[in-house]
Design a protein around this ligand. Structure first.
Ligand SMILES: NC(=O)c1ccc[n+]([C@@H]2O[C@H](COP(=O)([O-])OP(=O)(O)OC[C@H]3O[C@@H](n4cnc5c(N)ncnc54)[C@H](O)[C@@H]3O)[C@@H](O)[C@H]2O)c1
Length: 317
């Protein structure tokens, strides 16, 4: 099997590529990535000749069509991902997350839907879970420009499924954390600020709840869907539901700081209060389980950040 991984040099990609290296069902992997600010190009040095890297944009329609025609499966990880950036300027999000995805869809359609698409979505497409939890059948209600572009992409994929017979899988990830995550997201940003003896920042009252999943568990779920999916859509989640304030307090404690190291700043516009998902489909059908407890995973990242200070200091904007 030949695979194209778009956005493979980002946070999720760098954790996925080593698994593809050792996957005997996969003959070759082409990575297409524009190397935007969140990417980690240093990972490319360690790859075997099973991989071919191409610097390019998923919005380049002709190039995408040429690459798609050479593979059997496309795993789309390419996206603009930071909600704050989307609130400041949604256009790059519309370009990559909708137009770029549409260029992949068109490439597949023009090749008679020969390729399967495995696409990563988010739990944010469902909006706030004020009562109960969301699953694969829940109606979409995105509340910020990032999640709206992710929702639009999912709708496009389903439309290509029913109109043209596209074979696809959509996997909803909750909030992920792990090594190499760009230090704009809550956990690495907090570690970076506390490491510099700056105060950790909390939006609003910090009572927003999120489901936290370690990136290694997310990649395990992705690979189970890739190899064994019986359904089109899966949701990953955990019981590790934390308020943002408790996450920051945990990091403070693990880094030997007290709560005077936390400052509350103006809340994010349209900030979703709660995300809670029901991931029983993937647990029951594909025997997936999260394996890394949140406190353990966070402690690992703190230690890892200490050892990789140069990376996050130069990565941090
Ligand atoms: N990280 C999370 O917490 C999380 C949670 C839910 C869903 N997701 C989804 O998972 C996927 C991967 O996220 P991530 O955390 O690895 O993001 P990331 O920002 O770390 O990586 C994205 C990668 O895509 C590349 N890219 C961006 N625009 C591109 C374009 N136009 N053409 C080609 N490459 C482009 C970037 O250079 C980068 O290497 C995304 O679809 C994201 O929405 C992530």
């Amino acid at each position: 099997m030949k695979v194209l991984v778009t956005g493979g040099v980002g946070f999720v990609g760098v954790h996925l590529l080593p698994w593809l290296e050792h996957d005997s069902a996969i003959e070759s992997v082409v990575i297409l990535d524009s190397l935007c600010y969140t990417s980690i190009p240093s990972v490319l040095h360690g790859l075997s000749d099973k991989f071919k890297f191409i610097k390019g944009d998923i919005c380049e329609v002709t190039r995408v069509a040429d690459l798609v025609s050479t593979v059997d499966v496309v795993i789309n990880l390419a996206a603009q991902t930071f909600v704050d950036n989307a609130i400041n300027d949604s256009l790059p999000f519309v370009m990559t997350n909708i137009f770029g995805l549409a260029s992949i869809l068109e490439a597949i359609r023009k090749d008679k839907c020969r390729q399967r698409l495995v696409h990563i979505s988010t739990d944010e497409v469902w909006g706030e879970a004020l009562v109960g939890s969301f699953n694969e059948e829940s109606p979409y209600h995105p509340r910020n420009p990032y999640s709206a572009t992710k929702a639009a992409a999912d709708h496009m994929i389903r439309a290509y499924g029913s109109t043209y017979g596209l074979r696809y899988n959509i996997i909803h990830f909750p909030n992920l954390y792990g090594r190499w995550q760009y230090p704009e997201k809550l956990i690495p940003a907090t570690i970076a600020r506390l490491s510099r003896d700056e105060k950790a920042r909390i939006y609003g009252d910090g009572q927003q709840t999120r489901t936290w999943l370690h990136v290694n568990d997310a990649v395990d779920g992705l690979l189970r869907v890739f190899h064994h999916a019986t359904m089109r859509t899966y949701t990953l989640g955990t019981d590790d539901v934390w308020t943002n304030l408790d996450v920051v307090k945990l990091i403070c404690r693990l880094m030997g700081k007290d709560e005077t190291s936390i400052e509350f700043v103006e809340d994010r516009l349209g900030h979703d209060r709660h995300y809670v998902v029901d991931c029983s489909r993937i647990c029951q059908e594909l025997n997936w389980r999260p394996t890394i407890k949140f406190e353990v995973g966070v402690a690992d990242i703190i230690a890892w950040f200490k050892a990789h200070q140069r990376w996050w200091e130069t990565a941090h904007q």
